[in-house]
Design a protein around this ligand. Sequence first.
Ligand code: HEM
Length: 392
Amino acid sequence: MPKAKNAVDDTPTRRSVLIAGAGIGLTATACTREARPPAGAPGPGAHAARRRQAGVTTPQQATALILAYDLDPALRGTAGARELKAVLERWTRALAETQETAETQQNGDTGDTGEAQEAGGGRVARLTATLGVGPRLPDRLGLRAPDALRDLPSFPGDRLDPARCDGDVLVQLCADSADAAEATAATLTRLAGDALSPRWRQGGFLPPSPDGGGTPRDLLGFKNGSANPTAEECERWVWAGDATYLVVRRVHLRVEDFARLAVHRQEEIVGRRRATGAPLDGGSEHDDVDPLAKDAQGRYTTPPRSHVRAASPRLDDGARMLRRSYSYADGPTDQGLLFLAFMRDPALFARVQRRMAAQDDLAAFTQARGSAVAYVLPGAGPGRPLGAELLG
Ligand code: HEM
């Protein structure tokens, strides 16, 4: 029987999202519902203080915009570090101001909906900005790279476009309105001056869901994110202290070819029910799949070449990644999954991706065309702008 588990369902208070999103807040480990102390319990001060960026365990907003920047090649060593530090200080201040405007206006006439607020003349809906640095940056600046920060290896079946890969600084902007993310992107790019130049960008959205709410669906029509780690599992497998790593993959999907398959074949390929997201041998959406379970006739209940079997944490000693993917559609012939996943060591991604290439029937419908990895810095705090841990 499948084991019941709760997917991450963190509902940060609006204030903690906004403040951490601005990179200026002290958040307790309380970005998850499970970890937040119940009413009457000791408050966050009683727990270890955390400075973590929002946009990792934050419930998914409707849109995402990934921005990749390159540091001016002329900037190296201490001088380069100084320039980058100045940019990150400006970014930290700008993001904090946006949030303050939003807070003020929300407390004024928009009411505390917990959903959206007005700022800069448009709807700013649950905006989060999550920043990371790419693997080549620390060396160039003469800094010690965090241990797990390395370029991803190449994988069979990839068709990567270098113009959609890598980057010295990566920003994940998420909001319920694409305009809000765009406005913030324009501000960040302006404040970067000549030090950082835009390298690539990718927008993403959550397709409308027939069930309205709940786990979002991908363009293949399946719920995507059902087997995400619980809050407790995030502490163990996603966070490395207050930092984490983000893997971005722009994965083209053969949507029409997949749609032509009978639903039962689609379910065999994915390894979960299309309508409900439940395991194939029963149970409900957030139940774990046991990839080795067999029926009375001795046949595997989840096909050996299914995606969830190739991706199963049981093949990685229980290690889990937190997937927070969006869909993309860049014209009629290029649509797919903007795969976004956070984990404490990107080596996990590489292991799962290799298994996908070797033993996953879903791989025939996917092709990675863009790829990047970043070290997601600890969040900012009073007197500690983003990047303080890395740049001093
Ligand atoms: C390329 C397009 C992809 C699609 C359309 C896709 C779709 C899905 C779906 C529908 C599920 C089952 C529901 C869920 O738990 O979310 C799933 C599970 C999962 N996928 Fe993917 N996926 C893709 C790529 C990847 C990649 C590149 C990785 C990592 C290398 C990955 C890792 C996982 C993991 C870890 C699970 C959960 C397995 C479990 O705990 O049972 N997926 N994916």
